[in-house]
Design a binder for this molecule. Structure first.
Ligand code: KIV
Length: 275
């Protein structure tokens, strides 16, 4: 690649250096054209395993596969040229051994060209994070509500409402930071607990349904764009995509039924075909 065409993306160490500084803007991305639009404003794009729910219609992230993550990771890398791109390791791809985690994480890095992976971080995660980071794979941790554990946790419920669980979440975040994670997502915990985690850890916290005082924020992009009628309570809808899509499709269907077609462009094609 020549110097002129090389792409300079934000790096994992640059994200870590933002601890306590300018808030880090993050969103999820799953396809190239959307990633191209988000890239202008985002420091970090996460190819989240939420793709299973918001794109593929699954009821949880548990059914998401490594191949799905790689396909969406490749698409996002084609669309985004500036933001740091992080790809989620899906359920079952990293928990059983550090070797399995490295094999799958390295496959994701090599086949997508992304710059980091994210793993949901229970107490087992510190060893995995250290193993991956030592071998050249930047890792973002994820504590609090961990959607891949929804069957153990009893659903997508807020976490850390009792002291023992709150302590465990702070301990997991600290262990991830000490193991070398470059940032940590804090999902679905009280504002107070998110602030405690943010004060306690040396790396940036990226909040989702947590606290405005986190070092950065992330949302599931289709949720914030208003693509769904129902979204989690904490999500502010910045767009009305569902209504816009409904209106556009209704207008299209009316045009087809009114025989408003063919359009000018189609007529032009027919003319040049005849001549
Ligand atoms: O999969 C995902 O989109 C995530 C975010 C909610 C942080 O993990």
């Amino acid at each position: 690649m020549s110097a002129q065409t090389s792409i300079r993306r934000i790096t994992a160490p640059q994200i870590t250096a933002r601890k306590g500084g300018e808030p880090i803007v993050c969103l999820t991305a799953y396809d190239a054209p959307t990633a191209a639009v988000l890239d202008e404003h985002c420091d970090l794009l996460l190819v989240g395993d939420s793709v299973g729910m918001v794109v593929h219609g699954l009821t949880s992230t548990v059914g998401v596969t490594l191949d799905m993550m790689i396909l969406h990771g490749q698409a996002v890398m084609r669309g985004a040229h500036r933001a740091l791109v992080v790809v989620d390791l899906p359920f079952g791809s990293y928990e059983d051994s550090v070797q399995t985690a490295f094999r799958n994480a390295s496959r994701v890095m090599m086949e997508t060209g992304c710059q980091a992976v994210k793993i949901e971080s229970g107490s087992y995660a510190a060893e995995t994070i250290a193993y991956l980071v030592e071998r050249g794979i930047p890792v973002m941790a994820h504590v609090g509500l961990r959607p891949q554990s929804m069957h153990v946790l009893g659903g997508f419920k807020a976490r850390g409402r009792n002291a023992a669980v709150a302590d465990e979440i702070v301990a997991n975040a600290n262990a991830a930071a000490e193991a070398g994670a470059f940032a940590v997502v804090v999902e679905g915990v009280s504002e107070e607990l998110a602030n405690i985690v943010t004060d306690a850890v040396s790396i940036p916290t990226i909040g989702i349904g947590a606290s405005a005082k986190c070092d950065g924020q992330i949302l599931v992009t289709p949720d914030m764009l208003g693509q769904f009628a129902r979204v989690p309570k904490f999500v502010k809808k910045y767009g009305a995509q569902l209504d816009a899509t409904r209106d556009a499709v209704a207008q299209y269907a009316a045009d087809v039924k009114d025989r408003t077609f063919p359009t000018e462009a189609n007529l032009y094609r027919f003319k040049s075909f005849d001549s």
